[in-house]
Design a protein around this ligand. Structure first.
Ligand code: SAH
Length: 212
């Protein structure tokens, strides 16, 4: 079992469990909420299972079976240290964005019954902090695991999902929140904050009481 042969595999697995734990808590909180609009088309039906299997199944197959040995590699010793730093930032941002999005989160593109547009916390600066955290997680996976297939396949599947899904998500949000979302788009970046627009951003005190 690869998990026992390399300390970095143990580090990755600990982060992996934390990542799933954060997602699990929020999935349970939002499970019974009513949805007024759900946008799951062919693209989502193909891409979501692909992303889930490359980010969840392949690392587990690598860690606990010898089946992916053909793809083993030996990255330079400093890479896993970079992976650890990226992983910690990814976990923090994943946790923060879940906390800020609260009951408005869903795994597919959905609008909930009492959906509120979140513009506080990390959403004050960027529109897709959770996707940013998933990108960081995929990079951490790549830097930590010494097996090119288990390491990089989730980045290879998540990147197309992100580029295909984000414009559709923003169109859906514009449909439901109209000018409020268009203003929000004007004031924030997708994955990185927009420099030089700080004065126009809403403050954390704008956080609606019902959003959490
Ligand atoms: N794209 C966001 C959220 C991902 S979860 C991010 O990366 O952080 C996907 C769901 O979140 C979508 O179905 C949408 O309904 C909801 N969502 C996205 N941005 C939102 C916002 N600013 N406020 C409230 N809900 C939002």
């Amino acid at each position: 079992m690869n998990i026992l042969t390399n300390l970095w595999n143990v580090v990755f697995f600990a982060g992996f469990v934390a990542y799933l734990g954060i997602r699990g808590v929020h999935a349970r909180r939002t499970r019974h909420l009513a949805t007024v609009h759900r946008q799951v088309d062919g693209l989502e039906k193909v891409m979501l299972p692909l992303v889930i299997s490359t980010s969840l199944l392949l690392p587990l197959i690598y860690l606990f079976t010898p089946f992916l040995a053909f793809a083993d590699c030996q990255p330079p010793a400093f890479l896993p240290w970079c992976g650890l730093v990226v992983m910690l930032v990814a976990l923090w941002l994943f946790c923060r964005s879940h906390a800020d999005l609260g009951l408005n989160w869903s795994v597919s593109l959905e609008v909930r019954k009492d959906h509120r547009l979140v513009r506080h916390g990390v959403y004050r600066l960027v529109r897709h902090p959770m996707y940013a955290s998933i990108f960081l997680w995929c990079i951490a996976q790549g830097l930590l695991l010494p097996n090119w297939l288990a390491a990089w396949s989730s980045l290879a599947t998540f990147a197309p999902l992100y580029f295909l899904r984000t414009p559709r998500e923003e169109r859906m949000m514009c449909e439901f929140f109209g000018q409020e979302y268009r203003d929000y788009m004007d004031q924030t970046g997708r994955l990185f904050p927009r420099l030089g627009r700080k004065n126009r951003l809403p403050k954390d005190s704008d956080k609606p009481a019902a959003a959490e």
